[in-house]
Design a protein around this ligand. Structure first.
Ligand code: G6P
Length: 619
């Protein structure tokens, strides 16, 4: 969702803030803004609709001096994306400026109360209500700003990560969070503040993760070396901050010569999967060691049921895991959209294991689903990519995917790593329970070790995929079909295409085509069929015949050496032979590339598609 960045220290804040906003732009990008207190004590706020570049252009002739500032890139929740609704927002007196990520759910009640007190509002946002409430509290309760922030936040229902500047205190930056992430970077003579570590990493590796309902006061003086931070709860209880070390490097954030982060991340997959398996898959000793499983073996072995909860691409990874866990461990699995699960009064038992999957580790619905399951006594195991994020912190155990930062909004390398982690888990449980044969276990473990090289072979077909992708930019609709382990791959392929090319696409189980989608098939309808050599291969071939009989255009993903489909499909992409449970790791690659190239030819903004955000921290 929205991106927050703040700076206080001896350097000029503006360039640091702008650079930080660029790094955070993947979180939201409908408008951006910055607030700075200059050396004369003036509080300047500048905002622009559109991307960060628009803000920079707008600020070119403005006074951008000052060693303290906050900046924001917005993904609209309340109020349309325009300059007025862009952050920062002033308080009534224009003494305070605030930026905010999250949603204040009771903003209407709070706003009505403030309007009765004579406060006027310039924007439609919930954020402006919060800054007005803080100023109102400070003026009427005669307290300092920190106390006013604490008191105001006690009245707030909803989620927030906020940062506030006070014109009268140009040496102080105040921030707080609940439900939306916030991290403080500790430099030599300076502090940084951000929604995630990406804007901070080039300055320091010392960070403090702010926890829910905590307020941090950062004090630094540009003239002297006074540097101080204080942490407390919104109820006024002092806390001792824990300083952690960042494991992120700057080179991981750069495009490395690729035109887009998404393409870089697709091509990184042979390496990222090697990283995900490092120290876990031991091909020489033919075993898998997953510490999150080893330390909690009994919980898994006694589980009567596994519930998987996730959103978006992570949910697709969860569906693939359902096939693997049921096949190998023979434990019933349910896969739930977090947003539905959290509200539908689900039956959760103490002997259930809940697996939460999240690249960002911050998705609000998944976090809430975990909290619900935890309150019922279930054991929570999370699969996350961002180290130290909220979801792994509230889980009982878990497994990091270790693929480095994923910047492209459309998830690619995180997905294959999630599938890999979940497959490792399924194998661990299956072997320990004795529900899978040793031969099968060994075959899959050995094959996991070969997957990175096999992905490299699929990537070699990139130029050909780019070439035939041009043929399909006319299409308004696509259907993606697959069966078994490759049914979720079909859904993931369709999601990739709609996310970045804005072409409508549906993923369907191939056999279900006859119950609806077949009516749509015509010469204009491209159908992507995922048809590797698996148990249901012949049946999928029949489905392809049915499509061809209706003049549909078929792009098929097949196993190398395929003879049947190659004769009837219009385009084929080959993937190497592998174990059935691992086919998604290969078959999804061409679908990622197809979506990417179609979007590029259409001139779409691949890394930052309209209306989407990388990390959905509001429900
Ligand atoms: C957003 C992103 C998707 C992602 C989903 C779940 O919609 O754009 O790429 O799959 O959130 O995010 P998570 O971080 O929980 O995996």
């Amino acid at each position: 969702m929205c991106g927050i960045v703040g700076y206080i220290g001896k350097r000029k804040a503006y360039p640091i803030l702008i650079k930080g906003l660029h790094r955070l732009e993947y979180r939201g990008y409908d408008s951006a803004g910055v607030a700075l207190i200059n050396d004369e004590g003036q509080l300047n706020v500048y905002k622009a609709k559109g991307k960060v570049a628009e803000l920079e252009a707008f600020c070119a002739e403005k006074d951008t001096n000052g060693c303290i500032g906050i900046a924001h890139t917005r993904w609209a929740t309340h109020g349309e994306p325009n300059t007025v609704n862009a952050h920062p927002h002033y308080s009534e007196s224009e003494r305070l400026a605030i930026i905010h990520n999250g949603i204040i759910e009771n903003y209407a009640v709070l706003k009505a109360g403030l309007q009765q007190e004579g406060y006027t509002f310039r924007s439609d946002t919930d954020t402006e209500v919060l800054v007005q409430l803080i100023e109102y509290t400070q003026v009427n309760r005669h307290v300092d700003l920190k106390t006013a922030v604490q008191l105001a936040l006690q009245q707030v229902i909803g989620a927030y990560a906020i940062a506030i500047l006070d014109k009268d205190h140009p040496d102080t930056l105040i921030a707080a969070r609940k439900g939306s992430p916030l991290v403080v970077g500790i430099g030599e003579d300076e502090y940084f503040l951000a929604s995630d570590a990406t804007p901070i990493v080039e300055y320091t590796d010392k960070v403090i993760y702010i926890e829910d309902e905590e307020v941090v006061v950062l004090t630094a003086n540009s003239q002297s070396s006074i540097l101080n931070y204080q942490l407390s709860t919104i109820n006024g209880v002092d806390k001792t901050p824990e300083i952690k070390r960042l494991e992120l490097s700057l080179s991981q954030l750069e495009k490395g010569g690729y035109p887009h982060f998404m393409l870089k991340e697709i091509f990184e997959q042979p390496r990222t999967l090697t990283d995900s398996m490092r120290g876990r898959v031991n091909v020489r000793q033919d075993n898998i060691a997953l510490s999150g499983f080893i330390d909690n073996k009994e919980r898994f072995l006694n589980a009567k049921r596994i519930i998987i909860t996730a959103c978006g691409t992570s949910w697709h990874a969860g569906l693939i895991a359902m096939y693997a866990i049921e096949e190998f461990a023979q434990i019933p699995v349910e896969v739930e959209y977090s947003s539905e699960f959290r509200y539908r009064k689900p039956v959760i038992n103490q002997d259930d294991v809940v697996i939460a999957i999240s690249q960002s580790g911050e998705t609000a619905d998944t976090l809430a689903a975990i909290q619900l399951a935890k309150s019922k006594g279930a054991f929570i195991f999370s699969i996350c990519n961002v180290v130290g994020a909220s979801i792994p912190r509230v889980s009982d155990s878990g497994c990091y995917t270790h693929v480095g930062p994923e910047i492209g909004v459309a998830s690619t390398k995180a997905f294959t790593a999630q599938v890999t982690a979940l497959t490792m888990l399924a194998l661990c449980i299956g072997r320990e329970k004795g529900t899978m044969s040793e031969d099968k276990y060994l075959a899959v473990v050995r094959e996991l070790g070969r997957i990175p090289d096999k992905i490299s072979r699929v990537l070699e077909q990139d130029a050909r995929i780019a070439d035939f992708a041009k043929t399909f930019t006319y299409a308004q609709n696509f259907i993606y079909l697959g069966r078994g382990y490759n049914y979720p791959v079909a859904m993931e392929g369709a999601l990739k295409l709609k996310e970045i090319s804005y072409i409508h696409a549906e993923g369907y189980p191939a056999a279900e085509m006859k119950h609806g989608p077949i009516a749509l098939i015509s010469q204009e309808m491209p159908v992507v069929v995922v048809a590797p050599h698996c148990g249901t291969y012949e049946k999928v071939v029949s489905n392809i015949q049915e499509i061809k009989a209706r003049k549909g255009r078929v792009i098929a993903v097949v196993t190398e050496g395929d003879e049947l489909v190659s004769k009837i499909a219009d385009y084929i992409i080959e993937v190497p032979e592998t174990e059935e449970c691992l086919t998604p790791l290969l078959t999804v690659i061409p679908l990622q590339l197809l979506a990417y190239h179609i979007a590029v030819v259409k001139g779409c903004d691949v890394d930052q598609p309209r209306n989407l955000a990388k990390s959905v921290t509001v429900e």
